[in-house]
Design a protein around this ligand. Structure first.
Ligand SMILES: Nc1nc2c(ncn2[C@@H]2O[C@H](COP(=O)(O)OP(=O)(O)OP(=O)(O)O)[C@@H](O)[C@H]2O)c(=O)[nH]1
Ligand SMILES: [Mg+2]
Length: 385
């Protein structure tokens, strides 16, 4: 991940440090892979990571997440380098966030340093990328569900004027921090979502006659690029995480056989549970599909664990028994070593329909079309029995 690092020095970019905790068995390399992903998330949200801090602990420190000594080290670094945000690669409890914020901001009337956890960072990116009314409503609700138990935190009210990462609501507006206003707003958002749900259900019923295939996969693997390739849709594809939050459905015809193809939101490890809950109507596209196309970025050293994350999420959505075509994308970006190692992986052993391709370089697109066609045939066959 984080291949195309943007060394952007624009003043509006906030500076950050990244913090993760591992136990004594976690390999240094693995912890850094997680931090690469966190750095990419931070970059997508608009922050530059200046330094990484890793601590080895058998147990998370209940009050402060990291140990006292490490916290002191963080505070000193942040002060010396005028860092804006401290980002943790996990969800912090409200109390942990509060305690760390207090250490970072000794003068409680001058809140400068924000403490953000992984969930809040992901929520922020979702808020930034939400386009449709549905996505905006879903993200806003998820943000408030996350915020409600955390409202007493110092900077939620004091740093409002500052804005920036962690303060953005869906659609560029600042998020509310008044508990009463939030409760009213949440009730309204839930009502809106119910309406949207009803409408999507009607829409889905309308197109029940054609097989429905949904593209799933980890974020940034090339789902939208493949959707565009197959359907001539113009979906925004970008080297950023979570470019797509809405589901787009297109009718595609392959060898005179029509079907519906859906591109939808990508998955990531430790996806905040509030998002999974609120994105129910978007994720229904996965639940209600007849078959899935699981896109994998084979040029990522993490592709196997990413596949695992996707499989888990699909299982949670109870969609794991659907016929699935696995598409290994980005073969153009593979290293020699990765190519060599392919023969040793489980893929060579497992008997599943796969395609190796590059959507960006248009390599093996005919293979993709053939495999998708077979998948549609399979759905049609299952339906007639
Ligand atoms: N090298 C290479 N890059 C690719 C390929 N396919 C897509 N990309 C790039 O990967 C990045 C992500 O592509 P998207 O299609 O937006 O990926 P996505 O899975 O829809 O991502 P999200 O919607 O953000 O979850 C873009 O910069 C694409 O240009 C490929 O075959 N090879
Ligand atoms: Mg996309």
């Amino acid at each position: 991940m984080a291949k195309d690092k943007i060394y952007d020095t624009r003043p509006e970019l906030e500076t950050a440090i990244l913090v993760s905790v591992g136990n004594k068995f976690d390999k240094e390399e693995q912890l850094n892979v997680y931090l690469d992903e966190l750095e990419f998330l931070a970059q997508t949200a608009g922050a530059i990571a200046k330094k990484r801090f890793i601590q080895r602990l058998d147990h998370i420190e209940q009050g402060t997440y990291v140990g006292k000594g490490k916290l002191k080290e963080l505070v000193e670094y942040v002060k010396l380098n005028e860092i804006d945000i401290v980002i943790f690669d996990d969800e912090l409890s409200p109390a942990q966030t509060r305690n760390i914020e207090a250490e970072m901001n000794p003068d409680k009337f001058d809140i400068r340093v924000k403490v953000i956890d992984r969930s809040r960072l992901i929520l922020d990116i979702f808020a930034k990328n939400a386009r449709s009314a549905q996505a905006k409503t879903q993200v806003e609700l998820a943000q408030y569900q996350y915020m409600l138990p955390r409202l007493t935190n110092l900077w939620t009210h004091l740093s409002r004027q500052k804005g920036g990462i962690g303060m953005k609501g869906a659609g560029e507006k600042e998020i509310e921090t008044d508990r009463r206003v939030i409760n009213t707003r949440m009730a309204l958002l839930k009502e809106e979502l119910k309406n949207i749900d009803r409408q999507s259900q009607i829409k889905r019923k309308d197109r029940e006659d054609k097989p429905r295939l949904t593209i799933v996969g980890y974020t940034n693997v090339g789902k939208s690029t493949i959707m565009n390739l197959l359907s001539k849709a113009e979906i925004h594809a970008e080297n950023k995480l979570f470019s797509t939050l809405d589901s787009t459905v297109r009718k595609v015809v392959l060898k005179t056989t029509p079907f519906l193809l859906t591109d939808t939101v990508g998955f990531i490890r430790k996806l905040p549970h509030q998002l999974v809950e609120c994105f129910k109507s978007t994720l229904d596209e996965v639940r209600d599909a007849d078959a899935l196309i699981h896109v994998v970025d084979i040029s990522s050293n993490e592709y196997e664990s990413q596949m695992q994350t996707v499989k888990q999420t699909i299982e949670e959505l109870e969609a794991h028994k659907k016929p699935t075509l696995t598409v290994f994308n980005k073969i153009d970006a593979m290293t020699e070593e990765q190519r060599y190692n392919l023969h040793n992986t489980y893929m060579a052993k497992e008997n599943m329909p796969v395609v190796f391709m590059s959507a960006a370089k248009k390599i093996n697109t005919e293979e993709l079309r053939d495999a998708v066609y077979l998948l549609v045939q399979q759905v049609n066959k299952n339906r007639t029995y």
